[in-house]
Design a protein around this ligand. Structure first.
Ligand SMILES: Nc1ncnc2c1ncn2[C@@H]1O[C@H](COP(=O)(O)OP(=O)(O)O)[C@@H](O)[C@H]1O
Ligand SMILES: [Mg+2]
Length: 249
């Protein structure tokens, strides 16, 4: 079982889009995948063609079969679920008191059941980020090719280091650039600055900005399914191949 978490300092950097699409790309290659939404906004299901239900989900049921749905795109999925405004702070307090809750719950899954577990998180330093970093083998730190994302990257990388340095199972944090502009120099300037700073840990592919991503979401499909020939789909397929190679090492 290989656990990969998508994190970022800022919202809107593509964590949810990449989690859903990488999950489907891995499943298309024959791997068993469960995608887990650690964000109370419940957005991941939209990308996977599943509405969040009133009952069930991670927050009420934890990591178990009864909390799991089968997406029409061949991946298993655990939504965050719906908590009331009173319940949410209680759940946060529980997570703070049990920082290894997610890691332990995942460790209790039958080993052979899932080759990949993908974790989507809310932006910034939340109790969910800590849970995800205590569980993950690898982290993709998502950012846009802009100055704001670039400026928050060191903070996020430091946070990842803080939460993972004492875990020998942790294999690495990889910055990845999403919404790479198709034209112009800015994207390349940001990419080479990140490469200079973080070297070979930088993901070998950036995901291009592609209007097909929004079109896909509007029809509640991952873009790799909606338009496999779209530029963003090809980038995500490459990303999935790279993650498979790393998991096989
Ligand atoms: N490669 C891309 N090209 C174009 N639009 C994208 C791309 N990746 C994400 N988006 C759009 O950007 C917005 C934010 O993406 P999302 O995955 O929700 O980010 P996050 O989960 O980090 O907040 C969404 O509207 C999504 O459709
Ligand atoms: Mg999101």
């Amino acid at each position: 079982m290989h656990i990969i978490s998508f994190v970022s300092g800022k919202g809107g950097s593509g964590k949810t889009t990449l989690t859903a699409n990488v999950a489907v790309a891995l499943a298309r290659r024959g791997h068993s995948v469960v995608a887990i939404d650690l964000d109370p906004q419940n957005a991941l299901g939209l990308h996977l063609g599943l509405e969040a239900t009133e009952e069930g989900g991670l927050a009420r049921e934890g990591i178990r079969r009864s909390a799991m749905f089968e997406s029409p795109f061949g991946v298993h999925f655990i939504p965050f679920g719906r908590l009331t405004t009173e319940e949410l702070p209680e759940f946060h307090a529980f997570l703070r008191d049990h920082p290894d809750w997610l890691a332990q719950s995942l460790a209790a899954l039958p080993r052979s059941e899932f080759r990949f577990v993908l974790l989507d998180t809310p932006p910034g330093p939340t109790p969910y980020l800590r849970q995800a970093l205590h569980a993950a083998h690898r982290v993709l730190v998502c950012g846009l090719a802009d100055a704001a994302s670039y400026a928050t990257l060191p903070q996020m990388m430091a946070l990842v280091e803080e939460y993972t340095h004492d875990r020998p199972q942790f294999l690495g944090a990889h910055p990845i650039i999403n919404q790479m502009p198709v034209n112009g120099r800015l994207g390349h300037q940001v990419r080479s600055a990140v490469a200079t700073e973080y070297g070979a840990t930088l993901a070998p592919v950036s995901v291009h900005r592609d209007p097909r991503v929004a079109h896909a979401l509007a029809s509640e499909q991952p873009v790799v399914e909606y338009d496999p020939a779209a530029m963003a789909s090809l980038d995500i397929e490459y990303l999935a191949d790279w993650l498979i190679d790393l998991a096989d090492l």
